[in-house]
Design a protein around this ligand. Structure first.
Ligand SMILES: Cc1ncc(C[n+]2csc(CCOP(=O)(O)OP(=O)(O)O)c2C)c(N)n1
Ligand SMILES: [Mg+2]
Length: 323
């Protein structure tokens, strides 16, 4: 089913915001302005924009290490301050965690962002507690965990799906299958290269989605979220996609594969084609949306750069809660 043009254009704008965010961040990282490690979500914008479009501030999501874009969109959509994710990545006091969280620990539960951490799979257990709380309080909220294909190898994957199934918990599993974990192809690490096959045995709805097709991704998340909010229990979505950047710099994938995904399967190019085919917006209109997103990100980068570093006297503030 085709999305209405307004929604499609909004998603196009969101995808450009994510890509500009990641490219801007990467540029500054290479200049030494961003501390820590960096893994970007370039190539996965459709999946992230689709999730961000349906998650409310009252929901909870656990992002993975490529989710700067979804973190920024949640911040921007719910509080109008996406620049605080940029500042967090720059390690500045104006960041969502006062510059002490960085990429993996950017969190802000006020917008539903419960944060990532360095141990792949750990929040597949934590998400159950949040989901159980929603269920016990009778709230129609979604607890979403965004995981990569690599996380599927962790024991928590199966423990989490099993418990969500038997307790009918409101969990949305969003598995971003980008073909590799570090440099190991999915099919060499798991019994099926289609992760959805591994999830199906738990008996709740599971679907495989083209994660580079914004319409398919948006509609799949919409359907899953409606199911969960109606109290019908968990839902599993596998987004088939591809990440432009690996874990480390350098390229290990065959040149033809890289060309195919960047040229033929770029989610932004695909969305642009769809919008132009509808005929109500011109190429110039879409160029303007792209330029606006890039300009907004440059403002966020300036905000981050001009913000002060955290005050060393507050190093332990917010580390322990209320005692
Ligand atoms: C338990 C654990 N083992 C290993 C790592 C190191 N590590 C960081 S990212 C990563 C690969 C993750 O692959 P995937 O989930 O497919 O995500 P992608 O980078 O492809 O998006 C690994 C092994 C880790 N963080 N935690
Ligand atoms: Mg992967």
């Amino acid at each position: 089913m085709a999305l209405d043009i307004e929604t499609l254009v909004d998603l196009y704008r969101d995808m450009w915001l994510i890509r500009a965010f990641e490219f801007g961040l990467e540029r500054e990282f290479k200049k030494g302005n961003v501390p820590g490690m960096l893994h970007t979500g370039v190539g996965q914008e459709a999946t992230q924009a689709a999730l961000a479009a349906h998650l409310k501030a009252t929901d909870a999501f656990f992002p993975d290490h490529r989710c700067h874009g979804i973190n920024a969109l949640a911040e921007e959509k719910h509080q109008g301050d996406g620049e605080r994710i940029m500042a967090e990545l720059f390690g500045r006091a104006t960041g969502v965690c006062s510059g002490k969280g960085g990429s993996l620990h950017s969190a802000n539960p006020k917008v539903g962002n419960f944060g990532d951490n360095a141990v792949e799979g750990s929040y597949m257990a934590t998400v159950l507690g949040v989901a159980l709380a929603f269920q016990m309080r009778g709230q129609p909220n979604v607890a979403c965990c965004i995981i990569g294909d690599g996380t599927v190898g962790r024991g928590e994957f199966h423990e989490s799906l099993n418990m969500a199934a038997i307790w009918k918990l409101p969990v949305l599993y969003a598995c971003v299958n980008n073909g590799y974990a570090i440099s190991t192809p999915v099919g060499k690490a798991h019994a099926s290269a289609d992760i959805v096959d591994l999830a199906r045995g738990y008996g709740f709805p599971c679907e495989q989605v083209d994660g580079n097709d914004i319409e398919a991704a948006y509609e799949a998340v919409q359907k899953a979220v409606e199911h969960i909010r109606a109290g019908k229990g968990p839902y599993f979505l596998e987004f088939k996609t591809w990440r432009w950047q690996g874990i480390f710099s350098g390229e290990f994938r065959p040149p033809e594969e890289v060309r195919y995904w960047k040229e033929e399967r770029d989610p932004i190019k695909l969305a642009r084609r769809k919008i132009l085919e509808r005929g109500s917006l011109s190429a110039a209109d879409l160029d303007r949306i792209e330029a606006e997103a890039k300009a907004q990100i440059e403002e966020w980068i300036e905000f981050a750069k001009s913000s002060p570093p955290p005050d060393p006297a507050k190093a332990t503030a917010d580390v322990y809660v209320g005692w």
